[in-house]
Design a protein around this ligand. Structure first.
Ligand SMILES: [Zn+2]
Length: 164
């Protein structure tokens, strides 16, 4: 008698209850394809980075693969490392642009983990020393302030490129 084949386990799908699921309804896919406006700070063939419209601090940026996937579990390993390489580069520009003293990478997966948009993304959140250890509320900036912040980040990214 041969041993029974090991049971194939199916990876649990992370839960979203909201209706904004699927590429057609996804706000980040709309931003990536320029159907919705955003303050873009970086873009290449595979990734797009833009300001969070309701940021925790000035310069709070989202780093997204253009290809739709709900969570990091939907990504290929190689793409995950590229995503964080882009986030790494963007973090330097964000910190320089807003004069921060530190930054957070936050990467939420599933609605239970406070992932609001079901399209995988990394938050780059600059933090100043005066906010050390403090929970800061989300803020609203004027469209002019947002554009000015995005412009400073783009210009810092351009000068990072010049160093290489
Ligand atoms: Zn999407």
């Amino acid at each position: 008698m041969s041993a029974p084949a090991p049971e194939k386990r199916t990876l649990k799908r992370l839960a979203f209850s909201r209706p904004m699921v699927g590429p057609d309804k996804c706000v980040f896919c709309q931003i990536a394809s320029r159907r919705s406006p955003s303050n873009i700070v970086y873009e290449d063939d595979k990734y797009i980075c833009f300001l969070d419209i309701y940021p925790f601090s000035r310069g709070h940026t989202l780093v997204c693969p253009k290809e739709h996937g709900e969570t990091i579990w939907d990504m290929k390993e190689q793409d995950i490392s590229e995503l964080f390489q882009v986030a790494f580069k963007v973090s330097k520009a964000v910190v320089a642009a807003v004069g921060a003293d530190g930054f957070r990478f936050v990467q939420n997966n599933g609605e239970a983990a406070n992932q609001v948009v079901a399209h995988v993304h990394v938050h780059v959140i600059p933090v100043k020393m005066e906010d050390k250890g403090r929970y800061t509320d989300r803020k609203l900036f004027t469209p002019q302030e947002m554009e000015e912040t995005a412009r400073s980040i783009r210009s810092e990214l351009a000068s990072l490129d010049d160093e290489h």
